[in-house]
Design a protein around this ligand. Structure first.
Ligand SMILES: NC(=O)C1=CN([C@@H]2O[C@H](COP(=O)(O)OP(=O)(O)OC[C@H]3O[C@@H](n4cnc5c(N)ncnc54)[C@H](OP(=O)(O)O)[C@@H]3O)[C@@H](O)[C@H]2O)C=CC1
Ligand SMILES: Cc1cn([C@H]2C[C@H](O)[C@@H](COP(=O)(O)OP(=O)(O)O[C@H]3O[C@@H](C)C(=O)[C@@H](O)[C@H]3O)O2)c(=O)[nH]c1=O
Length: 310
């Protein structure tokens, strides 16, 4: 990074190759007064390779984390990197602990030491799903290793006393340039467009989060240097099947291909919370967060898909 400019926001973004990471990189590069360093475990997969620094880094190496932070001297860190598969977190508990918990705590201690603002991404899976929608101060009772790791990280981050915004979010969807990163909308749309039958879960309820809204919320938290936990999602609770039906309706796809399945039938009865969803009043009031409805977002997603095809 260039000679320190005290007025600019010097952002270090982890997980930049990921779903949110792609969208945040795109958004930050459009912002005047920001400089950006992206880091990810694999080589840079972002098609936009100009206008920022990229460092390939395995975040299980804490000395390398310190070295990068002391070189970049960020004013703000957005820590989006994580092991995000529920099943992989169950099968690789040590890696889940090292990356999702210990590396997050390490970043937070560095932020406390160097007075850096931290934005940390967490999840609705900190809740047991028995009585959603949830407010930020509702009791956390995760039902899987991934949710447990995020809750553990939240508490360790708070214990460091660093200036941190913890953004919990839910079932992120949307479109980025990396066509390999699927999500509920692209999965349903892609399968139904190919005439393939799918079975959508009818007994899990979520308030899905448009990745564009989540990226915007990260910047709201960063620019306000918000401190505390905030719930970020859309504002309507749907079953997964209802979401798939709305996708079929939006793109005039064959609903007869859309079957129904229970969470138990796909092995998610005990390791997924049944009904989550968030109460958004605090994020609206303190961050100025304005959720986009699922149905409204599909119109923009359609435009984004067409733009990527050009
Ligand atoms: N997607 C969702 O539905 C939700 C996501 N969240 C949270 O939001 C954040 C972003 O999620 P999302 O964008 O979907 O995540 P992705 O799974 O799309 O991306 C995760 C990123 O973490 C990076 N990463 C994984 N392991 C390491 C490692 N050892 N060292 C360095 N980087 C590593 C990956 O790097 P690479 O690709 O280079 O290997 C990847 O860029 C996460 O913290 C997640 O828990 C919360 C709720 C819902
Ligand atoms: C495989 C499959 C999944 N589904 C549903 C189940 C689930 O609700 C949804 C997404 O399935 P997945 O198992 O990929 O996603 P899942 O691990 O449930 O998603 C989670 O990701 C992590 C990162 C989070 O933090 C959570 O907020 C949440 O978004 O699709 C079906 O309806 N039919 C299917 O055939």
């Amino acid at each position: 990074m260039d000679e320190l400019n005290k007025t600019e926001k010097r952002v270090l973004l982890t997980g930049s190759n990921g779903f949110l990471g792609h969208k945040l990189t795109e958004l930050i590069l459009q912002k005047p007064g920001y400089s950006l360093c992206c880091t990810s475990q694999s080589p840079n997969r972002n098609p936009q390779q100009e206008g920022y620094r990229f460092e390939q880094l395995d975040l299980v190496d804490f000395d390398a984390i310190r070295q990068l932070v002391e070189d970049v001297k960020p004013s703000h860190i957005i820590h989006a990197a994580a092991l995000t598969s529920v099943e992989v977190c169950e099968s690789k508990p040590d890696l889940c602990q090292r990356l999702n918990v210990d590396a997050s705590a390490y970043f937070a201690n560095l932020c406390a030491e160097k007075d850096i603002h931290l934005t940390f991404l967490s999840t609705d899976f900190v809740f047991d799903g028995k009585n959603g929608p949830y407010a930020e101060d509702d009791e956390c009772r995760p039902c899987n290793a991934y949710g447990q790791s995020k809750w553990d990280a939240e508490r360790l981050i708070e214990a460091t006393g660093c200036r941190a915004a913890i953004l919990r979010t839910i079932l992120v969807y949307g479109v980025i340039a990396d066509a390999n990163r699927s999500n509920i909308v692209l999965w349903a749309k892609g399968k139904l467009e190919n005439g393939e039958a799918i079975r959508a879960v009818s007994d899990q309820w979520r308030m899905p989060t448009w990745v564009d809204d989540l990226a915007a919320a990260c910047l709201l938290a960063l620019e306000k240097e918000a401190q505390g936990t905030y719930h970020i999602s859309s504002d309507t609770l749907y079953s997964i099947r209802e979401l798939a039906l709305l996708v079929a309706e939006h793109w005039h796809l064959d609903k007869n291909l859309l079957g129904e399945v229970s969470a138990a039938e796909i092995g998610q009865a005990t390791n997924r919370p049944q009904k989550t969803g968030f109460i958004l009043e605090k994020a609206k009031r303190e961050l100025g967060f304005s959720p986009t409805s699922f149905t409204e977002s599909l119109f923009t997603i359609d435009q984004q898909i067409n733009a990527f095809r050009k």
